[in-house]
Design a protein around this ligand. Structure first.
Ligand code: ATP
Length: 510
């Protein structure tokens, strides 16, 4: 049986082997939790970004996009609360010298018990077959009830400790639960400490007084400080949204999960400004919009779930995550937060400027409330990449590795392959490249046998291979092979573009 760890290893090595993701500065042995996107990774990432931008900005008349600077006035981060409160509780294992997030250790403990219950349900399903009543089973099975009671107890103690910032209680909880260091098995823990995640640097030359500034830990604040600039220049009326894609930086404590948790990453965020009192309606609206966005990628619904926050951030009155079943289990992919008027009010206070909106419908000035959708671009990449990765046994007994990416996100839409490197076939293939390349990113490949070339394209997720053979010179037809079904069809060259275009609509993309 393959473990989660094996799965993640396979994904990491496939990503590296085919030029999707490399460790940063690898010739110097890499930099922890920093990664570079290679030639294919950059394409896939760009396609995901474009898809998000189109869905959020182009498809909503009342959402516009901006591109704010990474550096911001240092006062921004005092106002937002990040200087004082953007902390994670860290704990070190004294024997392995490994550092962990105390909250993550507890969440993983809870998740393990939940998985035990899922296994019980699976067993029950098998045992009772058609007569299985899952609701009744969950409500009566003694093992499930015992496990659920444990989950409730741990969650409640964890929540209270986090809400009271009681670090000693968090340590006691870890000790009471006998949580061991996953690497060494040791239960010899230090006290829990708070650790601020913001990177800082200095701005200004030596001659001037240098000023400490931060690398932004989220893109949202660039939107808040520009709220009135955008509103006035766009003349948008509430409710409206401002979207942004950009880099964010966090000095993460635990950095061992590939591009899931990076110290430099990208966020795709949208702040939706609403009338006070209407935030819950919009919170529910964006929850449903965002889950539908994910489902439109065609990834199995079972891989997503909502998770309400145990501890609300200092700015939120409701918050949940969309979690995804990553190779290492269910983890946060996107956050949806009702941030109240906290940020805008704080910026009013710290800047001395009014950040209010005049609502002509009710003839009132107010500071709008905000509902935020915040998704990690790199985590979305990992979700799509890992769920597309398949090792298939073929009928003839051979195996293939195929990346079943949604076609519209694939780095290359088609590969053009002359059967042999002579007899005028490369020239004919080049003509097809010229026909397609303005609209679609295509790859020309004439090296190795056609079978090997098919495998290479499968492994990088190219939806179509177009093969030019000797007959093509006579009849202007080519063989087009579908990545997923491996079916080959002989079609007129003039038809090829149509076939590709059809596949790239989202409904046909998987
Ligand atoms: P986590 O609990 O996993 O640390 P978070 O709750 O701190 O995440 P948010 O502050 O809500 O994350 O950030 C919004 C989104 O940004 C997350 O849903 C995630 O997709 C992404 N993100 C956050 N931190 C990282 C990181 N270190 N590396 C990659 N993506 C990240």
């Amino acid at each position: 049986m393959t473990t989660n760890e094996d799965n993640l290893k396979k994904i990491i090595s496939h990503a590296k082997e085919y030029g999707f993701v490399f460790p940063s500065s690898e010739i110097y042995d890499g930099l922890s939790a920093v990664y570079d996107y290679g030639q294919l990774g950059a394409e896939l990432k760009k396609n995901i970004k474009d898809f998000w931008w189109k869905s959020m900005v182009q498809m909503h008349e009342n959402i516009v996009g901006i591109d704010a600077a990474i550096f911001m006035h240092p006062e921004t981060w005092k106002a937002s609360g990040h200087v004082d409160a953007f902390n994670d509780p860290l704990i070190d294992n004294k024997d392995s010298k490994k550092r962990y997030r105390a909250d993550v250790l507890i969440e993983e403990y809870i998740e393990k018990i939940r998985l035990k219950n899922e296994k019980e349900v699976e067993k029950g399903k098998k045992r009772f077959a058609d007569n299985f009543d899952e609701t009744q089973f969950r409500a009566t099975n003694p093992n499930i009830l015992r496990n659920q009671a444990k989950i409730d107890e741990v969650t409640s103690r964890f929540k209270t400790a986090m809400e009271n910032d009681n670090l000693a209680d968090i340590k006691t909880l870890i000790e009471d639960l006998e949580i061991a260091c996953p690497l060494s098995g040791s239960k010899n823990w230090t006290d829990v400490k708070q650790f601020n995640l913001m990177f800082s640097t200095e701005i200004g030359s030596v001659a001037e007084a240098a000023n400490k500034i931060y690398l932004r830990p989220e893109t949202a604040q660039g939107i808040f400080v520009n709220f009135l600039n955008v509103q006035k220049t766009s003349r948008l009326k509430i409710p409206f949204g401002i979207a942004q894609i950009g880099k964010a930086f966090r000095n993460e404590i635990v950095a061992r999960q590939f591009i899931f948790r990076m110290r430099e990453f990208e966020q795709m965020e949208m702040q939706f400004f609403v009338r006070p009192g209407e935030e819950m309606k919009w919170y529910e609206y964006w929850k449903s919009e965002r889950i539908n966005w994910h489902l439109s990628l065609g990834i199995d619904e079972k891989n997503y779930r909502f998770h309400d926050h145990v501890k609300l951030a200092h700015y939120a009155n409701a918050a949940c995550d969309i979690e995804f079943n990553f190779p290492m289990g269910f983890k946060e992919l996107e956050g949806i937060h009702s941030r109240t008027d906290f940020d805008l009010k704080q910026h009013e206070k710290h800047s001395g400027k009014k950040l209010q909106y005049f609502d002509p419908e009710i003839n009132q000035n107010y500071v709008p409330y905000v509902v935020e959708t915040s998704i990690g671009l790199d985590r979305t990449f990992l979700a799509i990449f890992s769920s597309s990765y398949k090792e298939e046994q073929l009928e003839d007994g051979s195996e293939r590795t195929v990346l079943k990416l949604p076609a519209f996100l694939a780095p290359y839409k088609a590969a053009v392959l002359p059967l042999v490197k002579k007899d005028g076939l490369p020239e004919k293939a080049r003509e097809i490249m010229d026909l397609l390349k303005y609209d679609y990113n295509c790859q020309y490949d004439e090296k190795d046998s056609v079978g090997k070339r098919y495998r290479r394209q499968d492994a990088i997720g190219t939806p179509f291979c177009i093969t030019v053979d000797h007959e093509s010179l006579e009849d202007d037809k080519v063989t087009i092979r579908d990545r997923d079904t491996m079916q080959q069809e002989r079609v007129a060259i003039s038809e090829v573009e149509n076939i590709i275009r059809k596949k790239l609509t989202r409904e046909n993309s998987r």
